[in-house]
Design a protein around this ligand. Sequence first.
Ligand code: SF4
Length: 843
Amino acid sequence: MASQDEGWIKTTCAYCGVGCGIEARPKLSGELEIRGDKAHPSNYGKLCTKGIALGETVIHDGRMLSPTLKTEQGDVTISWDEATAKVAEGFTRTLREHGPESVAFYVSGQLLTEDYYVANKLIKGFMGSANIDSNSRLCMASSVVGHKRAFGSDTVPICYEDLEQAEMVVIVGSNLAWCHPVLFQRLRTAKQSNPALNIVVIDPRRTDTCDIANTHLALASGSDVALFNGLLAHLAEHNALDNDFIASHTTGFDDALSKAQDQAAQSQTDIEHITQLSTAQLNDFYHAFANTERVVTVYSQGVNQSSSGSDKVNAILNCHLASGKIGKPGSGPFSVTGQPNAMGGREVGALANTLTAHMEFDEPEHLRLVSEFWDTDNLAQKPGLKAIEMFDAIDSGKIKAVWIMATNPMVSLPNSEKIKSALTKCPLVVVSDCIAETETTRLADIVLPAQGWSEKSGTVTNSERRISRQRRILPSPGQAKPDWWIVSQVAKKMGYANAFDYQHEGEIFREYTHLTCVGNEQGQRDLNLIGLTHLNDQGYSRLTPQQWPVSQLQAQPVTQRLFGDGRFYTPDERARFIGVSFTAPIAKTDIQTPLILNSGRSRDHWHTMSRTGLSAKLAEHASEPYVQIHPKTAAQFSIKDNQLAWVTNPQGCTLVRANVTTDVSPQQLFMPIHWNETTAKNSKPCTLIANTTDAISGQPEFKHSSVSISPFISKSCAIFISNKTMSLSKTDSNIDYWVRQKVPQGYLYRIESSVSVSQLISELTPYLETQNHRQLSNESRKDGARWITLDKEHVTQLLFIQDRFKNSEIATMIEAFNQPLTLLEANEIVHDLSVDNDLFVSV
Ligand code: SF4
């Protein structure tokens, strides 16, 4: 749909759960012009660096172009008809021989709602298995459990506007400034116009989010339940309960309070000890929460990614229920979602333990309604395996056929070695993805090319329950197809043609909206899209953002919050307090692994970098994997700032650049999650994360792994810039470390090794282009060697090897790369760069 300005097409950002509205317009170069959509009520025209750079990432580098059979003899390109027939035949045979427990889908918050819907319908509705889980399990599952336990439904009650209407905003376990930047911008603007707005950041680490905070509470990792139990006890002790609300709209308060008071003991000593916060810090926070009417608590992965994540969520919800700070403007708990469509997946039911459309397996009536609606007699009757359990079952041979869609579990799930073992053994691994070469596609039997952002069309739901259209703007390369189409083709070939005879994504959306209304005539469920059930194709095409529940089509953006009437989605319509007690994180430090590793995101990268890794601009912010380490700890372990260091535990090891900073406490390290074997060597943090999960939500404990650290002794370095990506990961290589960074017109590799400069020269020169290229090599220097490879008048490769580099030298090389150069100019570059004692990178 074109906006008023000719050529601009309204769509939604591909990254985080803020779900910003974007306007995009194709450029002659094949890239896109991008600007914020001023009419979108979630961002009002604002975008962060990732959103702005989306236009650079639509290039086709690395795209998967055709369905391919991976055989021992090599890759064989096949037609869509053959590919979908093979997938259908593989799943049909597995079901026939081993039953519904033997198949699984592992899907992604990158999928659109329509894609999710058909995948969920196929496996739960027709294959009879609920073994479908989304990578949202890694970021949201504990919030889903917390919501369902307290509210009877997976409901985020608030809207973004509440951040601006609050008097106090508590941010727990979230680096909002980097992970949800536009929400952070809205909050910063709110603080500028209302300096009295009290912002409290609760995070073991000092992050950029603290820049706008009145207070930063650097609590001990994993101690949130104790902190919020202390708050609940304080509310009761200081007459700050909303007794009317508790009496009229909730159950279970006495048990929750009693557990909280046990925790609080008499004098808070226990809580001080557990949280490592002082009495004054605790009292100030508790007093402010108790005495402020409008409080929003924003929370994210620091709460969810924990072995006690579900209890942490309920500890927060208990405090909001007890003080009546819910369902009112400027008040409420606010779980911010990580991925662009994690919410859409939760809505259609792409988690193993939910049925669909906020209906549940433990409700016989829901099973009946869904069976009838889908016209199937083979609906799964019980929950399936959650992500970690699913890959354990693949590893043990129980699951024999898996289809992985739009995600890279080899990089994103904990304990990569175990995932590799599972996928290597599995008789049928199907992967549909945009990217050809990922650690997961390498282990597939069949790969299927899917459309990417800017090519696909459908809907996504953001963190404030707002459904927005993602629109097709550019043609797809090769034979890439929409995920819903791929799944439907397979479903038809499995014999379910009637149920999957979709012509376009609008038909799927319409069916889904009708499903949200089935058995929901009296408002039994929160998710109700009745106002969208009459959309025709044109209406779907032109759909503007809609915030659910949608009782009638919202011609103008609306702002609604739930639970304002004190009615919840439990059988007695009362919210439930959940009594929770602090339990320590599972990983313990010891002599071998004396430090705690926290993991998270860097500002300008997303997940496994398959998209952000294509933007030279985004790569500038953090060009290498790094570990934050406190100066005292660095001294103790002989680590210097900017030096490479091994972070290890019995499960694995990673080699990353040390960033010595007081932002982390002496006991803690922090590492971003993005790098992997496609973009670096020896630098994949998930190798260190244990399989330990929250017992109820199944969400892995990404924030608390025990590790050690030691310095890497580097003897030689290289900077290698090439106009193509290179495969440097030979197992016998003397290259201990390399990392790839996108630069204009090519890719820069930073390389370090424990071998001498001369040995590294022998290792790297075979990668220099020789055919139809001229090579310039300056005189042999005892401290290194340099090459420039020219193709006509363009530099196609630069290789400099020496013992270390300055940042300024690297910048000069990037600038020189692929510029038209005379031989003389090229030689000048070779000679001009000098060496001094600085290491070559800063993070
Ligand atoms: Fe995209 Fe999130 Fe940035 Fe908005 S805040 S532009 S949704 S990455």
